[in-house]
Design a protein around this ligand. Structure first.
Ligand code: AHR
Length: 369
């Protein structure tokens, strides 16, 4: 074989060996692994979601995990309370505390110190608490709760209003259990008309509740609806913040005013405000119940003592003992009961000094708060 042919054979052998070597080091492209899948098997369509539980007011009940066999032991309540206001609020707290203990309910109470921003914050805390399934609110104001009510619903928490009302739509909470404050005011107006009957002037001073609270707003509305039947004039109104001392100061100033001191009646939005007004009336040398007729709300033991002494003329009942009733309704909610109405009113009475000391004392002897 001449040199030219020999060179060509060597070159071919060299190229082939280089190709062979390259093949050994390059990863061998493999087909992507194929995951064996079974042929799709026809499965049942996912069960249709359970029909939403909606009440007559349009409130969508969250589906509790324990439904429809929830018991009080399953209930964990976040209770957003107003904060200290007087004997009525103390009795209201006691009602929820005692009933929770008796029923085996886990109760987490938040004291809002009278501030709506604290109540919003408490809502958010209870919404984020995975153990809480019921939130109960005693509102310090009627406004500002829509967003947290929606958030509570979206996070499966049943919300019940106890005592006070809100401006919010009834579709945002399960129900409200509490007084008809407008009716209470109407009762007070009717009683004031009786007390001032036959007087030449019928000037009434009003010591109103804490600003923003539905109890005071509605009592004022109701009072004005019935006082007009007998020619009463409300000559001044100012908040006493549900408390004795500020109410006494307000009344003291009015009794020093040359115009306002011509007064025949006082409309106080709770018993502590009435007691403050009574102190000021006495310190001005006047006789409460004789010179000036005082009408108030809340029938605590202090109310009956003031009625028996004659210093208070009328006490319009506002029932604070709502715990058992609210818990019973909350349990119905956990178990999906959509028949509950959006408002459940407290049945209440009126007590007057005219009933006499003997009858009032016998009522007081059996009174719970
Ligand atoms: O909402 C009820 C009212 O709130 C009571 O009449 C008053 O005493 C309390 O502070």
């Amino acid at each position: 074989m001449n040199l030219n042919k020999l060179f060509k054979v060597f070159a071919v052998v060299l190229v082939l060996s280089m190709m062979l070597a390259a093949c050994k080091t390059a990863p061998v492209a493999t087909e992507a692994p194929v995951v064996a899948t079974e042929a799709p098997v026809a499965t049942e369509a996912p069960a249709a979601t359970e029909a939403a539980l909606v009440t007559s007011s349009g409130y969508v009940l969250p589906a509790a995990a324990c439904a429809p066999n929830c018991t009080y032991n399953d209930m964990v309540v976040g209770f957003i309370q107003t904060g200290p206001e007087g004997a009525w609020r103390t009795a209201n707290n006691a009602s929820f505390d005692e009933a929770a203990t008796q029923l085996g309910i886990t109760l987490k109470v938040y004291d809002s110190q009278g501030k709506v921003e604290n109540q919003i914050s408490a809502f958010q805390t209870f919404i984020q608490d995975p153990t809480v399934n019921v939130i109960i609110l005693a509102a310090v104001d009627t406004k500002g709760f829509d967003d947290v009510l929606k958030e509570a619903m979206d996070n499966g928490k049943i919300v019940i209003l106890e005592d006070r009302s809100l401006d919010s739509s009834a579709s945002l909470y399960y129900t409200r259990v509490g007084s008809d404050f407008v009716l209470e005011g109407q009762k007070a107006g009717t009683e004031m008309c009786k007390l001032l009957e036959g007087m030449d002037t019928k000037n009434v001073l009003e010591i109103s509740g804490a600003v923003g609270a539905s109890a005071g707003i509605d009592r004022g509305t109701g009072f004005r609806q019935t006082m007009e039947e007998c020619g009463i004039t409300v000559t001044a109104t100012q908040t006493g913040d549900w408390k004795v001392a500020p109410s006494k100061a307000v009344m003291e100033a009015w009794l020093k005013d040359p115009v306002l001191k011509d007064v025949q009646g006082v409309h106080a939005h709770n018993i502590e405000e009435a007691l403050g007004a009574i102190q000021a009336i006495k310190e001005a040398g006047l006789v409460p119940g004789v010179d000036i007729k005082v009408v108030a709300y809340d029938t605590t033991k202090d109310t009956f003592a003031a009625l028996i002494s004659g210093e208070l003329s009328v006490g319009v009942e506002c029932n604070p003992l709502l715990g058992p009733q609210v818990y019973e309704i909350a349990l119905k909610g956990l178990n999906g009961d959509t028949s509950i109405p959006s408002y459940i009113v407290s049945n209440e009475s009126v007590f007057t000094s005219a009933q006499g000391a003997t009858e009032l004392q016998s009522i007081l002897d059996g009174w719970k708060y």
